[in-house]
Design a protein around this ligand. Sequence first.
Ligand code: FAD
Length: 293
Amino acid sequence: MKISEKYKEKQGEGRLPKKSLSFEIFPPKKDSELKNIDETLAVLCELEPDYISVTFGAGGSANCNRTIELAKKIKYEYHVEPVVHLTCLHYDKKEIDEFAKILTDVGLQNILALRGDRNPNIPEKGDFRHASDLISYMKEKGDFCFLGACYPECHPESDDRVSEIKHLKAKVDAGAEVLLSQLFFDNKVFFRFQEDCRIADIGTPIIPGIMPVINAAQIKRMITMCGATFPTRFQKIISKYEENKEALFDAGMSYALSQIIDLLASDIDGIHLYTMNNPLVARRICEGIRNII
Ligand code: FAD
């Protein structure tokens, strides 16, 4: 089923508007880790998400195969709708045609269309410069539903906020039907972004991405990579508990839950949880919102 139809169903007349719950996972790097992914999937799917998105490594066919294999597993063994992430900077039209054919042949319709990060070690092919180019091209290649990425605190390469929102509108006009956001730790940032999008006539569901923090090194890396604001309240929690694994887990879960509950109480369409393949994270968050979402 197309993810966009799920949202239309949820917003259907005469029904209580229900928020979506989705998870993001990454394919294991080694075959030996495949067993663990089954244990992870068993827990994640028991929590009845609306969909699970599967990340895609930058360039390289091995990455692509693992993403597709994992998405097939989610769909056909666990009966949950998968979303396949697909980047385009390092592929040419012929390679994207091949992806489109594989995805069609195996019945995977939902694609998170991405540009991908620049990597000096992998040449850019030049056929696709932005995610919107990928969507415009691929929509002629099959019956797909496209999701797009968005950045409440702007993409690190962005010139300014106005052009960022204009480019996002172009991505939606090209065919992105649902937007999944970059992680953030300050809800005010997301609410302002959502408002800017609505002013710019972006009417698609905009799903906030939440990453519960369970280790200090991970969070410092994420903040450097994506430039997310690190609120003082959150900094205090990290520095107080970073040496105590269990305490940091509890504190990280509580912080993420407080963000999620605040978002759910407001006008949002759902929650996308960056699970980091950790079923305990997903379970703890879901237990905290069982009667809310
Ligand atoms: P774009 O939408 O192309 O935007 C990138 C930048 O270009 C923005 O600053 C935008 O304003 C600008 N821009 C867009 N269109 C134009 C235009 N027409 N003219 C001028 N400028 C323009 N990466 C992976 O490698 N694998 C993954 O699985 C993955 N999953 C992700 C999931 C989510 C939810 C998010 C938020 C990101 C993910 N990423 C992933 C990272 C993503 O690939 C990078 O952030 C990448 O640098 C940008 O991708 P994009 O699709 O947002 O690019």
